[in-house]
Design a protein around this ligand. Structure first.
Ligand code: NOJ
Length: 745
């Protein structure tokens, strides 16, 4: 593989560089202590400072004086080397700088947004994506990224859902760990390794009303059962750093929250990595009304357990004084600096701080191939009436319509600083290039961009549809409509897109709607109007070739929804693992139009539902069809009576009863029927991707240690409670055979 070749060339060129002495942590603490002992208080505080570079001379001067530990967002390898040269040769102690940047779902080769990666239910996709991002980013000197983002996201109004792995703690943990593995590689000191950063610690995704930065109100038990598990998983997997979140939870901003930063992270999880604030989140505690001034902010952040301050500079201004006043102990500073130095040693920066990989890795063919595979697996088939897809030989002409058909910038998605639209392959281009010899492609966008309200182009799109055998409408959201600070109160398709779909549907031609978006949109009407619907969370550089092969059946869809799709925004927050209310769902929904005029006071079946939306979402969590059909039979359990330390094997026969090979994500859910506190109706505990030939049956077995059923109980301890459980093995969170078992004392 290309990256290994490049690495070996570098190793030959740099005979004094060796990763081996930092491969294990042997001797690491001694090195940290020796260096720490030589540092002045000012130099220690300098290490705790992360700079957003301004004037180059000023940066150079600060580096020389040992006043900088890390710098954000320099992507010119020459500049990186110049700064490292100053740090290593001209600062008193020669401590290298940690170069950082947001490399979230790719550096140059852009993978699907993390929500799309989560839709693959394939950790290998996430690992490959992160590895490739690390190889490309490290070629420009970046050795620390601010990913994975593993905030549990149950509110699609929140624009940052795009960056997350969705609503489920288990899926987020599995994908987050895979991303950490990919970014950090086999050893952090490999020059292509990039330190990962688990963010945002913690609860940020529960922003009230889905408004970014908003307050959260997560009780400790929910924090521990839902929001913390992905973070614990990545901490245990060696994620090098953590980032504090912007939100205040129950009145305490994370950056000043010693319960999460010390009690949980350090004392309970024994984490020895580094903690950085989010962008100015230390001084944002003043705006929150939690700190009175910058000095107070620095004091509270450091005492709470922050090691490095991102950009706001209050540590540099006030820590020396705070130490002299005894408000922050030098021991606290020492611990923070230990965490920073430990990371720099682990990254091998003291051995070689310079950029070591070559530029040709960017957009390497192997990277593009992996990005295409990721986009393919991220595509979710939501509907496919009359086997409209895949297109057969009967389809000779297709009308390609819609604002996302040829939107190279927008299909890259949010948090994409470095991917270039010039390298993006759009659906239009791919259909022409890959299938142009098989079908005639008529392109008529109808609507220019997703927010475009003009309906004047729709007639031409309809005329194109009339000339074609089938229509493919690419709709959705521009990249800028999701991501940080881009929350929405209305999740319907924007602009004139709904009118476009309605007009296309009226032609009677088979209508395939492909949605590219940063979140689940409320597309109920478009689903009804379309023959087929494929949902792609912004698919990245290779989204075009991926969808082309999906439409023509070279690839069969296998993605599953990583979040519940609401019918209406008013159903939010909506997620499958909700608790049971005291009212069981009744089989009958009395919807608003069924209620007689002047009906007497009635409690409509006494259930917890919306009169205008019913019980159900548009699509449940874990949902996604294939071009073939999978049938589940013969669920068997190895035992029905287990002890808390026992292990259960659950198996099911999955048969492909269709005519094509296909890949299915078999999902395992469990319900703890009675607990010392009420429990979710279902929780994902495992999943597996399997590929079956037509007619093939596979017995899929899962091993489930009962310890996996532990949760934070009434006494606020993580324990397995004896009692009855139900287990499902199915194709999504709503379907599949079930069986009961019991844990006895
Ligand atoms: C603010 C964002 O919340 C965070 O996710 C990001 O890593 C930092 N800015 C740095 O750009």
């Amino acid at each position: 593989m290309k990256q290994f070749k490049i690495l070996s060339v570098c190793l030959l060129a740099l005979p004094f560089f060796s990763c081996s002495d930092v491969k294990t942590d042997d001797g690491l603490e001694t090195k940290v202590e020796e260096l720490l002992a030589r540092m002045t208080l000012q130099e220690k505080i300098g290490q705790m400072n992360q700079l957003s570079p301004g004037n180059a001379d000023e940066v150079a001067a600060l580096v020389k004086e040992g006043k900088v530990g890390s710098i954000l967002n320099i992507t010119d390898p020459e500049q990186v080397n110049k700064i490292q040269d100053i740090a290593v040769k001209e600062s008193r102690l020669g401590i290298p700088i940690l170069m950082s940047r947001d490399v979230i779902h790719g550096y140059k080769t852009i993978f699907p947004i993390p929500l799309g990666q989560a839709a693959t239910f394939n950790p290998q996709v996430a690992e490959d994506g992160a590895r490739i991002a690390a190889v490309e980013a490290s070629a420009d000197g970046i050795r620390w990224t601010f990913a994975p983002m593993i905030d549990i996201s149950r509110d699609a109004r929140w624009g940052r859902m795009a960056e997350s792995c969705g609503e489920d703690p288990y899926l987020s943990a599995v994908m987050g760990v895979a991303m950490v593995r990919g970014f950090q590689g086999k050893s952090l000191c490999d020059p292509t390794s990039v330190a990962a950063c688990a963010k945002h610690f913690v609860g940020y995704g529960a922003a009230e009303a889905g408004k970014d930065y908003n307050s959260t109100f997560i009780p400790e038990r929910v924090l521990r059962n839902i929001y913390l598990p992905p973070f614990e998983a990545v901490a245990k997997a060696g994620c090098a750093t953590f980032m504090t979140s912007f939100n205040d939870n129950d009145g305490i901003p994370s950056t000043g929250n010693d319960f999460i930063l010390r009690t949980v992270l350090r004392d309970e999880w024994k984490y020895d990595g580094m903690v950085v604030t989010d962008w100015a989140s230390a001084t944002e505690m003043i705006t929150h009304g939690f700190c009175s001034n910058r000095k107070d902010a620095a004091q509270r952040a450091v005492n709470a357990g922050v090691d490095m301050e991102m950009v706001s500079g209050s540590f540099m201004e006030h820590l020396e004084e705070l130490v002299s006043e005894g408000k922050v102990s030098e021991a606290t500073i020492d611990n923070a600096v230990r965490n920073i130095l430990r990371l720099k040693f682990r990254l091998g920066l003291f051995n070689n701080p310079y950029v070591q990989t070559d530029q040709s890795v960017k957009y390497a063919e192997a990277h593009l191939a992996k990005a295409k595979e990721a986009a393919e697996q991220s595509a979710i088939l939501l509907k496919n009436d009359n086997e409209t897809l895949p297109f057969t030989g009967k389809v000779r002409t297709i009308a390609v319509v819609g604002p996302m058909a040829d939107a190279p910038h927008d299909q890259l998605g949010t948090w994409c600083f470095d991917g270039e639209k010039e390298h993006t392959q759009t659906p239009l281009r791919a259909l022409r290039e890959m299938y142009g010899d098989r079908v005639q492609v008529i392109y008529e966008p109808g609507v220019a961009y997703s927010r475009d309200k003009r309906t004047s182009g729709i007639a031409a799109a309809v005329a194109a549809a009339r000339r074609a055998d089938a229509v493919v409408a690419f709709v959705g959201e521009e990249a800028i409509l999701s991501g940080e600070a881009h929350s929405l109160a209305d999740l319907n398709l924007r602009g004139a897109q709904p009118e476009l779909i309605t007009a296309l549907a009226a032609t009677g031609k088979p209508l395939v709607t492909v949605v590219m978006a940063g979140r689940p949109l409320t597309i109920g009407r478009q689903v009804e109007e379309s023959s087929s619907v494929i949902y792609m969370f912004h698919p990245g550089t290779m989204g075009g070739p991926a969808i082309a092969d999906l439409l023509f059946g070279k690839v069969v869809p296998s993605g599953k929804t990583p979040v519940t799709f609401p019918k209406m925004t008013g159903q939010i927050p909506i997620y499958y693992a909700h608790h049971h209310t005291g009212r069981a769902p009744s089989g009958h929904e009395t919807l608003i139009d069924d209620i007689p005029l002047e009906a007497g006071q009635t409690s409509l079946g006494c259930t917890s539902f919306y009169m205008d939306a019913g019980f159900d979402p548009l699509f449940p969590f874990g949902y996604g069809l294939s071009y073939t059909t999978f049938v589940y039979n013969k669920l068997t359990l190895s035992a029905t009576d287990l002890k808390a330390d026992g292990t259960l094997t659950a198996s099911v026969d999955v048969t492909n009863i269709g005519k094509r090979a296909g890949t299915e994500v078999v999902q395992l859910y469990v319900r703890d029927k009675v607990g010392s506190v009420t429990r979710p109706v279902k929780e994902l505990k495992g999943f597996r991707r399997i590929t079956l030939q037509p007619g093939e049956t596979q017995t899929v077995s899962f091993t489930l240690p009962m310890s996996e059923l532990a949760y934070w109980t009434r006494r606020m301890r993580k324990e397995v409670e004896p009692g009855e459980f139900t287990l499902w093995l199915g194709t999504n969170s709503d379907e599949g055979p079930s069986a009961d078992f019991e844990i006895t004392k």
